[in-house]
Design a protein around this ligand. Structure first.
Ligand SMILES: C[S@@+](CC[C@H](N)C(=O)[O-])C[C@H]1O[C@@H](n2cnc3c(N)ncnc32)[C@H](O)[C@@H]1O
Length: 168
């Protein structure tokens, strides 16, 4: 990592925990909620800059990985995207994006919930995966499996569905 990148990460960490963070902020002419542990888009120009650069597909779909407060995902829906998926490793950011969608009346197109499908094989440690899913409060359910003879061994391939254990 370059020094500049490390400093930017440090600034981001500091801005996420500072006590003078707003509960509501203005960006791109709109007001947005900001929950506690969510990276605030007010101390860095990145969100506003990407919003300027993005040309949302009207009638199309969009996924934002790392949605934070959801300003980009919700702006996509407001610009006419028919379906938007907003995801974040931080559950509070996912909640924040949902709040933003409700605030701006597009919760029907930036929907809560959803699941992910994961392909897994017996070459790896299913117990470890289950432990990680438990830590993240995510359920891990088999969708289907096949045992396949490979040159060195028989491998079991599984398709697993991951879902939040509780609605977030
Ligand atoms: C700098 S913020 C940007 C938020 C938003 N895209 C914006 O422009 O306002 C980066 C976000 O990415 C999330 N993030 C970091 N690593 C991630 C990962 N591996 N998967 C999903 N989200 C991630 C963080 O939790 C944080 O909310």
């Amino acid at each position: 990592m370059t020094d500049a990148y490390v400093r930017s990460l440090e600034r981001s960490r500091h801005n996420t925990t500072r006590t003078d963070r707003p509960r509501v902020f203005s960006l791109a002419g709109r007001e947005w909620d900001l929950l506690d542990s969510v990276v605030p888009p007010v101390y860095s120009p990145s969100t506003a800059t990407f919003l300027e650069l993005l040309d949302f597909p009207v009638g199309g779909s969009m996924i934002e990985v790392g949605c934070g407060a959801g300003a980009i995902a919700v702006s996509a829906a407001l610009a006419g995207c028919a379906q938007v998926v907003a995801t974040d490793v931080n559950p509070e950011a996912a909640r924040n994006a949902e709040l933003s969608a409700v605030r701006h009346g597009v919760a029907d197109r930036v929907r809560q919930g959803g699941s992910a499908l994961l392909g897994f094989s017996s070459r790896r440690d299913l117990g470890r995966l289950r432990a990680l899913a438990d830590t993240a409060d995510v359920t891990l359910d088999p969708v289907g499996s096949r045992r396949v003879a490979e040159p060195d061994t028989v491998v079991e391939y599984q398709l697993l569905r991951l879902e939040p254990r509780r609605p977030r």
